[in-house]
Design a protein around this ligand. Structure first.
Ligand SMILES: Nc1nc2c(c(=O)[nH]1)N[C@H]1C(S)=C(S)[C@@H](COP(=O)(O)OP(=O)(O)OC[C@H]3O[C@@H](n4cnc5c(=O)[nH]c(N)nc54)[C@H](O)[C@@H]3O)O[C@H]1N2
Ligand SMILES: Nc1nc2c(c(=O)[nH]1)N[C@H]1C(S)=C(S)[C@@H](COP(=O)(O)OP(=O)(O)OC[C@H]3O[C@@H](n4cnc5c(=O)[nH]c(N)nc54)[C@H](O)[C@@H]3O)O[C@H]1N2
Ligand code: SF4
Ligand SMILES: [Mo]
Length: 667
């Protein structure tokens, strides 16, 4: 038996340092690293089950080539040479016939490792393929943040959070989606901080809160502007901070004048006195901390919501106080030299960019050349991309050639022409940054690859060779990629050599001491926080109607991570055996919903069958879907995204999963 160190690769802000127990070549245990200052000895319930996923009997072990119709998922075993020769030949065909932009990589965050996630992009850029704009998750929130603060998202160091005097968890279910934040929230609370949770869904995170604002979906901008209204009306702003570090305050002042707490109360359903009281408390606390989640970014007004909320700590100068400020992501501090490893130097000017949230349209109604060659890795678009029935129709196109590189035969893999087995984080080395803390990590393989599984980077190196791409960076090893990433020369990486990182496995960034991001202004060219143009509380275009009276949202499932753990039996069982939704008793009475039974949920895009639990944990008017399941493992074989549309958000061109309006019918 041996215990090795590794890093959880899942798309989660915590990027945990983990300890892996290996017995006779088998991974038998995964635990949080007790010595890591952020992980502090615990992993989450999902990843603790990774050994079951690692040795799952359904792991893909060999390359395969489709034999049945697309979507049926019947394959015959092939050798790597046969499979890669075929993929190379069909890629060359597509390029010859329609130009290189007919090739599209579809990837996202199956692994957050910079080697296995980002380096493959260099292959596609060397080829001149269409670019994929990563909009499915963080684009709206990022665009909102950057509109205020400029590039490079920074956040208060979570390790300073215990010093906050007031904590707002806004549109985040941290007890599920960011579990390692919770000990620090509790520490702040023990030291006397007031904790507010803002979420239409009363969940595990709400339990630590002193107060819960069960707001209407999409009403956050109005509420945050009303808080700004109270702060300015009562003269509670930090005038010195604003004079030095803000621009556009006059425009903001005029905009919030219209947003009285009474008006915000009408939109949000909150009592105006609660908005008044918390706004004053927020300013008076000085060290007020607002952790913004992605929940409120997943609708058509999400970018403005992030802007309105994240201006509050600037308005009161909270950034200047230890533990104050907040954030949506720490990712901007890592300052890795990603340009060459991801092939930015190979990008052709004007190359077609395809928005990932509109995959269905890109496949079915392309602007420009058709997508003839699709390459999917680190993602499961047949499940996670909006408007799945159209995504499936696109994937079923007979003239499309699709390669899928995966651990398992997902719903997406069922549509592959060539299905290739990928290694897991326990089988390949990688470098990890984080979006919830400031530790950089390196991990090495702890077990040999299952069957003939290969790293993504190996596959693209082989394809580059077959396609005659002689760009030298494409042949880089993981270590060469890591060395180049670390060589950006940014002060945060000073003294972090590859050798030191390999030895230590985890090193905290060299942040200025004390670390008070935005205390001295923002990253716009003029160094100011931008209050202009003021955030706008938009009336949604898509509103509940008589036919579709309920808003559908999909907070994180406690036992799954997107669809990545979606075939781990013990987790599915712990999550209730099948996907579930929650509905308020008043809505249940209105629509004839019987507690715990299956119903049909219908939107303008499609219909699925789900079991619905009746509970006032859901806000009235909101149907809550708990976590994403593999469509083919749901009772009706359909996924949540049969109900969602390709509508984009107000900023960043993001997906709008929380925008859908639906009705519920008896079966
Ligand atoms: N257990 C678990 N953890 C995860 C994931 C998972 O699937 N499962 N996914 C990971 C990924 S990829 C991501 S991006 C993060 C996302 O994690 P979070 O940042 O927590 O974001 P969401 O999951 O989108 O939603 C968070 C909360 O926002 C609420 N919400 C929805 N609409 C609104 C609104 O209009 N206003 C307000 N105020 N709240 C709203 C939801 O009810 C939910 O409780 O979690 C990561 N961690
Ligand atoms: N309705 C609705 N849809 C949503 C959301 C929602 O809240 N509601 N959330 C959205 C969000 S926040 C996100 S981030 C996306 C997530 O979308 P994705 O990034 O597609 O995440 P997963 O569904 O977890 O699928 C990741 C896949 O990558 C594979 N994988 C993991 N590691 C590797 C590797 O090293 N190599 C290869 N080749 N494959 C690997 C896994 O096996 C898994 O099948 O979904 C979005 N979709
Ligand atoms: S999913 Fe998040 S909390 Fe769970 S082990 Fe991975 S990084 Fe840690
Ligand atoms: Mo995400």
């Amino acid at each position: 038996m041996a215990v090795y160190r590794s890093v959880c690769p899942l798309d989660c802000p915590d990027a945990c340092a983990v300890r892996i127990t290996v017995e006779d070549g088998h991974v038998t245990r995964l635990e949080g690293d007790p010595d890591h200052p952020y992980t502090r000895g615990f992993a989450c319930v999902k990843t603790a089950r990774y050994p079951e996923r690692q040795h799952h009997p359904d792991r893909l072990l060999h390359p395969q080539v489709r034999v049945g119709p697309k979507g049926e998922g019947r394959f015959a075993r092939a050798t790597w040479d046969e499979a890669l020769d075929l993929v190379a030949e069909r890629t060359r065909d597509a390029v010859d016939r329609y130009g290189a932009e007919s090739v599209l990589p579809y990837s996202y965050a199956g692994t957050m490792g910079h080697v296995e996630r980002d380096h493959p992009l260099a292959f596609f850029r060397a080829l001149g393929a269409s670019e994929l704009d990563w909009t499915i998750c963080a684009a709206t929130g990022g665009a909102g943040w950057e509109a205020n603060y400029g590039p490079h998202k920074l956040a208060t160091d979570p390790e300073d959070l215990p010093h906050a005097r007031l904590v707002i968890l806004w549109g985040i279910d941290a007890a599920r989606s960011h579990v390692h934040l919770m000990p620090d929230v509790r520490a702040a609370k023990r030291a006397g901080a007031f904790v507010l949770h803002v979420d239409p869904y009363r969940n595990d995170t709400t339990r630590v809160a002193d107060e819960h604002w069960q707001v209407a979906v999409g009403s956050d901008t109005a509420v945050a502007l009303a808080m700004g209204h109270v702060i300015l009306r009562d003269g509670l702003e930090d005038r010195d901070y604003l004079a030095r570090h803000a621009r556009g305050l006059d425009a903001y002042r005029r905009a919030v004048a219209a947003w009285t707490p009474a008006r915000a109360a009408e939109v949000s359903g909150l009592a105006p006195e609660r908005i008044e009281a918390v706004a004053r408390r927020f300013a008076e606390a000085r060290a007020a901390y607002v952790r913004i989640g992605y929940g409120m970014t997943r609708n058509e007004g999400g970018g403005n919501a992030v802007r309105a909320i994240s201006l509050l700590p600037a308005l009161t100068g909270a950034w200047r106080h230890r533990g104050g400020g907040g954030g949506i992501s720490t990712s901007g501090a890592f300052a890795l030299g990603t340009e060459r490893t991801a092939g930015a130097h190979l990008l052709r000017p004007g190359v077609r960019v395809i928005n990932q949230s509109r995959l269905a349209s890109a496949l079915l109604e392309p602007e420009g050349p058709p997508v003839a060659k699709l390459f999917v890795f680190n993602s499961n678009p047949a499940a996670v991309a909006p408007d799945s029935s159209r995504v499936r129709a696109g994937l079923a196109r007979p003239d499309l050639f699709t390669t899928v590189l995966e651990h398992f035969q997902t719903d997406t893999a069922d549509y592959a022409d060539v299905l290739l087995p990928a290694t897991t984080f326990l089988e390949h080395p990688d470098l990890y940054s984080a979006y919830g803390h400031y530790h950089l990590q390196w991990a090495e393989p702890v077990v040999p690859a299952a069957g003939e599984a290969r790293p993504n980077t190996w596959v693209f190196r082989e394809l580059a060779r077959r396609l005659g791409l002689d760009e030298p960076t494409l042949a880089w090893s993981a270590e060469e990629v890591a060395r180049d990433l670390l060589a950006s020369g940014h002060p945060h990486l000073e003294g972090i050599s590859f050798e030191r990182l390999r030895e230590a496995r985890s090193l905290k960034l060299r942040l200025p001491e004390p670390f008070r991001p935005y205390a001295g202004g923002a990253h716009h060219a003029d160094g100011k926080v931008a209050f202009d143009p003021p955030p706008r509380a938009l009336a949604f275009e898509e509103r509940p109607t008589e036919s579709f009276p309920l808003r559908l949202i999909s907070p994180p499932g406690s036992h799954v991570l997107n669809t990545s753990m979606g075939n781990v039996a013990s987790l599915l069982e712990a999550a209730g055996g099948e996907p579930r939704m929650l509905l308020h008793p008043a809505d249940a009475a209105r629509f004839g919903v019987r507690d715990g039974e299956r119903h049909r949920v219908v939107s303008a895009q499609g219909a699925i069958v789900r079991r619905i639990d009746v509970t006032d944990a859901a806000r009235e008017g909101v149907l809550i879907a708990l976590g994403q399941w593999w469509p083919k493992l749901a009772p009706d074989g359909r996924g949540l995204n049969d109900l969602t549309s390709e509508r984009l958000t107000d900023l960043g061109g993001g997906s709008s999963f929380g925008n859908a309006v639906v009705r519920v019918e008896p079966l």
